[in-house]
Design a protein around this ligand. Sequence first.
Ligand code: SAM
Length: 306
Amino acid sequence: MFYSLPTAGSNEPSLKQISIFSIIFSRMTLGKDDFYMLAKEMRAIASKSMDFGTCGIGGGVDGEVCSSTFYDVVKSLDTEFIKIDEDAWGIDIGSGSGVASMAYFNGGMGLNMIGIECNEQRFRYCLSLQSILLGTSYGDKFSQIAKKSQFFEGTGFKRLIEILGVTNPIVHLKLLYWFREGWNPDDIRAILDYVNRLVINLKWIICDMDKEKLLNFGFKGHIISSVQFSGSMIKSSNSRTLHVHHVQMHSSASTTRTVHAVGEREQILLANFRKSAEEVHSQVTVALELLLIRSDNSKKDRAASL
Ligand SMILES: C[S@@+](CC[C@H](N)C(=O)[O-])C[C@H]1O[C@@H](n2cnc3c(N)ncnc32)[C@H](O)[C@@H]1O
């Protein structure tokens, strides 16, 4: 950082001002209004195009943190890591409607995300919304944003190891978003144990656990700093607090000189992020059709057993 005072009477910004502007600019991809609008537009598209919500027919969107809180969360992060590592990605564990991943992280920060969600209804909502955004009806802006997410159905730790394996270090996973209210404590511990052992370059954890709780659940990385933001939830009178922890994994300190090869499973994820929006769209459409066939079959099975 530069520290030089402005010349008296000069209207030119000082070097100090320039460097502060560039830091602010490097931290956010979108301005506040655009950031707010993105989530608002996505929710409007969802309610216009879909006759069901995350809680079923007529069900609303619950459990989502509002844009104003999330804007402060994202603003507090140093997003330089996305510029340095073009393969950087994040994970939303318990991805719900998918709006947080797509609007706040893909659109707001420009970060690739994967999401894991155990609730079939929410997963269906999320895939349907992604498929609509990837299609041609709402333009290039939304299809380019939605192509930055890959969503998986399944239960926390079990699904995580199916996707990423248990042998290779995960090299490009830099951010963990985990609004884990209502989670089984064993699953919370198992995920943190996995992170401790394999996620060697993690930089940020955004979650509803303060530092003490995170450590009590078994997180072993070094917490460099923590800040918190509170705000209301979408379509709810409840409010929530998100904690932003800047972290460094102990393993990365001892492996700074070791270049880790990217494991096969992480390579597959990275290759999917490099696909065009059209390719991702057809992949998501197939996944959605399989999901619909599966839920149709289970409805028939249930009817037959009555
Ligand atoms: C509070 S919501 C957060 C949704 C989304 N991440 C957001 O911020 O808008 C928590 C989500 O975690 C999911 N969940 C709970 N336990 C889970 C588990 N063991 N594995 C995967 N998802 C889980 C729930 O179904 C729910 O959708």
